[in-house]
Design a protein around this ligand. Sequence first.
Ligand code: ADP
Ligand code: MG
Length: 145
Amino acid sequence: MKKITETFSPEETFALGEKTGREAEPGSLIALIGDLGVGKTVFTQGVAAGLGITEPVSSPTFTILQIYEEGRLPFYHFDVYRIGDPQEMEEIGYEDYFFGEGLCMVEWANLIEELLPRDCTRITIEKDPDRGFDYRRITVESLAE
Ligand code: ADP
Ligand code: MG
C-alpha cells in the first residue's frame, strides 16, 4: 500500500497522525523519515493524541527513547538522530520495543535502516518550496494492501 497525503498546516499533519494513532494495531512500528523541521514530531504528537495520551510529547532527541503508558497501547517514541552507531540501540534494548505489544514510532528511522522490521510502515514527510512554507507531502507505505 502506498498513499500520499498533502497537508498545508501543522494542524492537518497532527490530524493525520491522530487518525494513524486511532487505527494503530498492537505490535506495529512506524518508521518516520524526513529532514529536520519537516514535521516528524508534530505527526508523532498527533499519533499520541490518537492513542489517548494526554501528557505532552516532545522530541526525545537527548534521550533517544520516551515511553508513554497511559494510552490505548503502550507508545514507544524513539528519535535516533543522535545515534552514533546501531550498537547504541542494542544497549537500549530496542528489540523489546520494536517487537513488543505497543506502537513504536521511530524518528530518523533511515539512520538505523538495518534494524527495521521488514513489515514496518514507512512514513516519509517532505517539503516542497514551490508549494509554500507550510506544505508537506506525507507518503505512507506498508506491506499491507
Ligand atoms: P521534526 O520532528 O521533523 O524535526 P517538528 O515536528 O519538530 O519537525 O517541527 C515541524 C515544524 O514545521 C513545526 O514548527 C511546525 O509548526 C512547522 N510546520 C509548518 N507546516 C507544517 C505542516 N504542514 N506539517 C507539520 N509541521 C508543519
Ligand atoms: Mg523531531
